[in-house]
Design a binder for this molecule. Structure first.
Ligand code: NAP
Length: 253
């Protein structure tokens, strides 16, 4: 990533689910723009490798294991940020699960619970832990999905949890303002491990590309640059909003 701007100098960022894919790209971009970054995911090995990779790029970074639905690990993640850097300016809530392609009417209750726990509730609980440490001018970013506007087949209830994040963004922005801004990113389709069941199927991949005005899938860097904007003072009058980063794929008017 060729990043010349250092608009996040002096800021501290916590990013969940950030050892690969969109989360890692966001952590890298925030770090290259000058933020000290705290990365995390479920597996120590992945955390260690990502920390090493980011340090090699000159980024100030520490890591913590945090499965976002584990209360102790969420507290440990926030504690790691505060212990190392004293405060928090940016929280990116990026973790999500899509454990089933069942239709909603056939979805098991345990799957419904998991979707709610990881995709919605964990963001709320993480922010409850983070809130006392957020400084004036801080920025919270929730990672939703274009599926929050159009929960297609295979993305049914997952899409509905992502719709919930649009409402959560507005509600939290009201609660956390004026000192903290809360915004949301709704990515289009990006070929990561998470979306591999769609993007590695040539027919589906071509259909997703066709649906976008820009005739391509998204990249993790596309999402990272939107996150860096929302994290920075360049977006200081923007709160309670969702930015769709989807190459013009139909979302809303
Ligand atoms: P990805 O490339 O598969 O990366 C997932 C990351 O999350 C890994 O670092 C993984 O590491 C970590 N992780 C998984 N479950 C976790 C959990 N319960 N707690 C903490 N960390 C966890 O996924 P991605 O495509 O970047 O997706 C990131 C976000 O973007 C998600 O919110 C997703 O809904 C959203 N999104 C993605 C797309 C897309 O097309 N890719 C589109 C719209 C929205 P470990 O295995 O070590 O935990």
């Amino acid at each position: 990533m060729d990043v010349k701007c250092r608009r996040l100098e002096g800021k501290v960022a916590v990013v969940t689910a950030s050892t690969q894919g969109i989360g890692l790209a966001i952590a890298e971009r925030l770090g290259l723009e000058g933020a000290a970054v705290v990365i995390s995911s479920r597996k120590q090995k992945n955390v260690d490798e990502a920390v090493e990779g980011l340090r090699a790029k000159g980024i100030t970074v520490v890591g913590a294991v945090c499965h976002v639905s584990n209360a102790e690990q969420r507290k440990h993640l926030i504690g790691t940020a505060v212990k190392n850097f004293g405060h928090i300016d940016i929280v990116v809530s990026n973790a999500a699960a899509n454990p089933s392609v069942d239709s909603i009417l056939e979805m098991k209750e345990s799957v419904l619970d998991k979707l709610w726990d990881i995709n919605v509730k964990a963001s709320i609980l993480l922010l409850q832990d983070a809130a006392p440490h957020l400084r004036k001018g801080s920025s919270v970013i929730l990672i939703s999905s274009i599926a929050g506007y159009n929960p297609d087949a295979a993305l049914t209830m997952y899409g509905v949890t992502k719709t919930a994040l649009f409402g959560l963004t507005k509600a939290l922005a009201t609660e956390m303002g004026p000192n903290t801004r809360v915004n949301c990113i709704a990515p289009g389709f990006v070929p990561t491990r998470f979306a591999g069941f769609l993007t590695t199927n040539e027919t589906i991949r071509n259909e997703l590309i066709e649906r976008s005005i820009l005739k391509r899938l998204g990249s993790v860097e596309d999402m990272a640059s939107a996150a860096a904007f929302l994290a920075s003072d360049d977006s200081s009058f923007i709160t309670a909003e969702t930015i769709v980063v989807a190459g013009g794929t139909q979302s809303r008017l």
